[in-house]
Design a protein around this ligand. Structure first.
Ligand code: PLP
Length: 387
């Protein structure tokens, strides 16, 4: 019998919805105009860009003009951080973020430190929740930006954005709050009004849309400067010919996955909990990240004592099961995951961990296949292990 294929790496990227691809096609073949052009083909493209922004804005309770398109989550994070701190550096040079950010934020703040900004990295507890008391202590009159991830890409912890943003704004109206919501978008509630957000990063390829397009929500009135210069697109905030077909696909994915979110979340939560329960029956395993409700519905991260996570992923790969260690972005590095060490794992435990991320397409049958194959692989690897 042919091996089943089970894709459990949706935290890295997802399959594009077939309906999304269909919506994109005319914008390659017929409506291929440049939205900056003044003729009919340009107008057509400009109209659909505005419509796409409206669709995405509606899923966030934002205004259409508060959305700008970027090439993805990485670019949105870079623009949010560098754009606001440079525009506000006359007020102060202090930035607050956390120890469990995506590299798009962490590497940006590391770079900003070299440019003379001061960065505080907040601690998290053993489930990955940000230390709110520490935020209250660290925020000061020099602080211009607080940036925290919403749903963590490695361990699935969902932060209480409203409280974090309130602490930030209680301190000073002119201190901005940014969140990276690439993983949480359409998987838990996001409402820029209710949660009091100034900037928010989302992307398309984590929600069954095409790769290479993302958005940054910038609340009206936020002082920010562009980071990429050129023809002045996106009201000067992000130069470069707009990715029209990408925007159409992103908007369609946002609409579909936003509308179906409750059903998808319920289904994913059930499969997640079943997989976790069965894996934890294997001796010397433990769940990394939150045990309760505040966990992304598609995230499973397990520490398997005395096994290399990379080896485990390799053996699963041969069985057609695609999982990853940590985040895809850090898999080229040998360092233990900074997220897993931040929640208190030793380097060895971190390197013995495996992340499995499901999607709305994951089936009961696929989960059963993983449950059947995984214990044998773990046993074989442990028998081989010198530890
Ligand atoms: C995937 C991801 C990014 C990067 O997004 P790209 O569109 O791949 O550049 C940033 N932050 C988080 C939390 C992510 O999951």
């Amino acid at each position: 019998m042919k091996n089943m294929e089970v894709y459990l790496d949706n935290g890295s990227t997802t399959k594009t919805d077939a309906e999304v691809l269909e919506k994109m096609k005319p914008y390659f073949l017929e409506k291929y105009g440049n939205p900056a052009s003044l003729h009919k083909k340009g107008k057509e493209a400009k109209t659909v860009i505005n419509k796409s922004k409206r669709t995405i804005a509606d899923t966030l309770n934002a205004g259409k003009k508060e959305i700008i398109f970027t090439s993805g989550g990485t670019e949105s994070d870079n623009l949010a951080l560098k754009g606001t701190v440079y525009a506000n550096r006359d007020k102060g040079k202090h930035i607050i973020t956390t120890k469990i950010e995506h590299d798009a934020v962490l590497k940006s703040t590391k770079w900003l430190e070299k440019q003379g900004f001061k960065v505080t990295y907040l601690d998290v507890d053993e489930e990955g929740f940000i230390d709110q008391e520490q935020l209250k202590e660290e925020i000061n009159e020099e602080t211009i930006l607080v940036s925290t991830i919403h749903g963590n890409n490695e361990i699935g912890t969902i932060q209480d954005l409203k409280t974090l943003a309130e602490i930030t704004h209680d301190y000073g109206e002119n201190t901005y709050f940014h969140t990276d919501a690439c993983q949480s978008y359409t998987k838990t509630e996001i409402d820029v009004e209710k949660q009091d957000l100034d900037l928010l990063t989302i992307n398309s390829h984590k929600i069954h849309g095409p790769k290479g397009i993302g958005a940054l929500y910038i609340k009206k009135g936020v002082k920010i400067q562009p980071w990429q210069h050129g023809g002045g697109h996106e009201r000067g905030m992000r130069s470069g010919t707009l990715n029209v077909h990408g925007a159409v696909g992103f908007a369609e994915a946002a609409k579909r996955n936003y509308e179906d979110r409750e059903e998808n979340i319920d289904k994913m939560t059930e499969l997640r909990d079943k997989l976790i329960k069965e894996i934890l029956k294997i001796k010397n395993t433990k769940l990394n990240g939150p045990k309760g409700e505040k966990r992304l519905s598609n995230n499973i991260n397990i520490c398997f004592d005395n096994i290399e996570g990379e080896a485990l992923a390799g053996y699963l790969n041969r069985k057609g099961i695609y999982a990853s260690t940590g985040s895809a972005c850090s898999s080229l590095e040998l360092e233990p995951s900074h997220v897993l060490t931040a929640i208190g794992l030793t380097a060895q435990e971190a390197n013995s961990s495996l992340r499995m991320t499901t999607s709305k397409y994951t089936t009961q049958k696929e989960i059963e296949y993983v449950i059947k194959e995984l214990p044998d692989i773990v046993k074989r690897l442990r028998d081989m292990s010198p530890l």
